[in-house]
Design a protein. Sequence first.
Length: 622
Amino acid sequence: MDELNADQRDVVETRDVPILVLAGPGTGKTHTIVERIASLIQEGEDPDRILAITFTNKAAQEMKSRVLKITGKKPSWIRTIHGACAQILRAHIHKLGYTNAFQIASTEYAVKMLKAVIRAKDLSEVAWNPSDLARKIARIKSSGDPKPAADKIEDPTVADIFTAYQEKMKGQGCIDFDDLVYLTLKICVEDAAALAGIRGEWRHLIIDEFQDCDITQYELISLLGRDKGIVAVGDDDQSIYSFRSSTPEVLRMFDEDFRPKIITLKTSYRLPRVVQEAASALIKNNLNRYEKEIYSAQATTGHLEVRGFGAESEEADFVAARIQRLLTEGIVPEEIGVLARRHAELAMAETALKRLKIPTRKTGERSFYEHREVRDMLAYLTVIALPENSAAFERVLKIEKGIAHRVVDLIEDISERNDVGLYQAAEIAVENHYITEGPQNQIKQLFGRFETLRSKVSGYCISDLMRAAAMEFDTLQHLKTLSRGQTNFEKRILHLKELAQMADRFELQSGPGLINFINEMAIAAIRGGIVKENKEIRLVTLHGAKGLEFRVVFLMGASQGNIPHVKGEVEEERRLMYVGITRAKEQLTITHARYVGNEVRQRSLFIDEMGRPFKGEEAIRG
């Protein structure tokens, strides 16, 4: 508490009224939230009666660790909004006709189900592109009140596909990522008793990154937060995810619905003065925002530089050469970030850096959760905990040697005709001798292995259960078969060790809970999870940069038509630029090129809005 400034202390100590906290970049919002949770616990509040919602697993884990360090207590409800909804649904989703053992389907599996619906309706996949439909369905689910969802779809064919898709997923024991919040809200809206029970779980509700909410998320939070100690923490100036249906309007809605006490965190501990002044001058040009004055607490002025070049290749070469110089001066690679609006600029920077043999990591590279051995192990764990889970059991069937595709097809057909999950369909196939003796015996052995592993769940930690599963299913031999040489085999083993370590960290912070771990892994696989901190230069899109910070930032491609993007809404594009420049803790260099492809481009109007007459190569140095 001694480390808090007056505004932060106000957030921590205020009780009995709703609070809206406006927290600019680097103003210590995570520290403030942690101190509020710790203060409540130290006053005698049960940690499990505090629901703290974040929008990334990284933020949730960081908060849990800090609260544990201060109080010695493990609050079990510091979660992402999707993680919290997953646990709520485990207890209540049967009221909507779903199995409590539902699977959070991967994006690929959800698209597969959409394709099946399109084929069943004799529609063309060219005319009705499954990926486009998936995006439309996601927008429907993020737009609020779920009761008339199908009714508010103008195109009757899309409405029909939406309804059929939901039923298809339900029949498979699956929900998609957007269903996590959508179905939780549906239960709360349609079942007053369920809402009362869910709301009764907590006495305090804290929401971080509030500006990242969509309308469905806001409506759910609004229902859960009535008559509670509710605190919404956000910054409308950092609302940049309209493509995910997020909107800064949720802050205004919260203001109107709850009439909260508004507290602004005005001191930035991250940003040097020159960067803070430029950022403030830029964002003041947005009209639809809460006015706030943010001041830098840093003693140094910092460094801000704008560089213009003729060609994009010159721009990339300059960035690479400057990074090479910084590395020789002792700045470590992971403290340098190269940001851009588009992947094209990042690709050019990557090429220039590779020529200098400087290692890089680019946003969008293969996720940890995409590795086959990781997905296979998570499938085993899921079937152990949730045997009705069709998607996971289908993956297991395809891993097993000797079970031909035609056998899997037959089991899927039994599942469809009997309206049961794949695991039960396999049991029916074995009991009724629908398959030949060889695969029949193999499936019986498979059932036996899972029963053996289920008997160990209560006595094993998750990582030990993984090791037991690896023994039961001879995972080492399976990986040797998959691997291209010893190095590739060792990498696959390393991925499984990392997964086991993640399980250990999860249990340390959240306590035992195999199903909750499976939920968190499924959500992380869809949203991208936590980036490993390697000794590499980070190449990140501006959308991917939120939540990150670097000693040195290069923001490339600052030209008209790029940032602001020709198809973008100017106020959101300005917020995107604001997020980019406020990642810099010491040095910021903004670059642009006159010739982009075959076009002549002016430098971004946002540069001129930063309040200083940048000319050519002007720099401000501390």
